[in-house]
Design a protein around this ligand. Structure first.
Ligand SMILES: [Zn+2]
Length: 295
């Protein structure tokens, strides 16, 4: 069909708009098999329009974060991968095998932790493919870190920088201490959160604004990254235009920069992923970065 490609694109852009409206109203979303993001009322038959293959829905729910309820399909066959390093197998083996039932996933062991590369299809099989590369340390006092790339054939393109951390441009899907996710919730729940983040990022790219609640703790950040109809970053629940926007633009550039430096210990413009992470993406994960040097 000559128009097949166009139809598919229209389908997922329409889907993105619907998800954006739902996020804007702070409605719950569900994450299905391979990261497909569903609306709370949607069932298996509706989701099948977007997702290839058959899978049964699991009854498990975990990690009741503010944005990602988990209602995930499991693949019929489980993954059986065993890690060679005893410490890695003990810490991550079971979690990884569960993850691999929900998302296509690769694991790379190293001395201090595990790298996981995940494919996620938040808008369905024909929509964008997102790769998350996630560093999980054996030391659980260190929060996981992840970067997101859009996969365009063999080319990997870093997702836009909005709601990424300073200075390493890792994903900021939720504040680490707000109870959205902890180690007990598991890897699958973590990737579900990243998947919802990716939907917001794709929405911003397509429609120009970030849907749903967001955090932004200082004037320089907010005035550079927020548009008027987005939620203000202060937690008021009001649009930025009627909350902090006017005040933020009254702050002088030098004061705003000073405040930013005090909070983030770097310049606003300095944000970028570690070179080794970009190289790993460019090489399609053939060579992974050394975690000890990064985190
Ligand atoms: Zn505000």
């Amino acid at each position: 069909m000559a128009c097949g490609k166009f139809d598919r694109k229209a389908l997922y852009i329409n889907r993105l708009e619907v998800l954006g409206r739902s996020l804007h109203r702070e409605q719950q979303l569900s994450v299905f098999h391979r990261g497909f993001v569903g609306l709370d009322h949607e069932d298996e038959s509706e989701v099948k329009k977007y997702v290839k293959g058959t899978a049964r829905r699991s009854a498990t729910r975990s990690g009741a974060g503010q944005s990602a309820a988990q209602r995930t399909w499991r693949r019929a066959s489980g993954e059986t991968h065993q890690f060679r390093t005893a410490a890695i197998e003990a810490a991550f083996g079971n979690e990884f095998r569960v993850l691999a039932q929900h998302y296509p996933a690769l694991g790379f062991e190293e001395e201090t932790g595990l790298w996981v590369v995940v494919e996620s299809y938040p808008l369905g099989s024909h929509g964008p493919q997102i790769n998350f590369v996630i560093a999980l340390k054996l030391d659980r006092t260190i929060h996981p870190k992840a970067w997101a790339f859009r996969s365009l054939g063999r080319h990997k393109k870093l997702m836009p920088l909005k709601h990424t951390n300073f200075p390493d441009a890792s994903i900021c899907a939720f504040p680490p201490d707000d109870g959205s996710w902890s180690w007990q919730d598991g890897m699958t729940a973590l990737v579900d959160h990243y998947t919802i983040w990716a939907v917001k990022s794709l929405h911003k790219e397509q429609f120009g604004w970030w849907p749903g609640r967001q955090h932004g703790v200082c004037a320089l950040y907010r005035r550079n990254e927020f548009v008027p109809n987005e939620a203000c970053g202060c937690g008021s629940g009001k649009p930025y235009s009627v909350c902090h926007q006017t005040k933020d633009f009254l702050v002088s550039e030098s004061f705003a920069r000073q405040e930013f430096r005090r909070l983030f210990r770097c310049e606003y413009e300095s944000r970028r992923p570690p070179v080794t992470v970009e190289q790993a993406a460019a090489g399609n994960w053939a060579i992974m970065p050394s975690m000890a040097l990064l985190i």
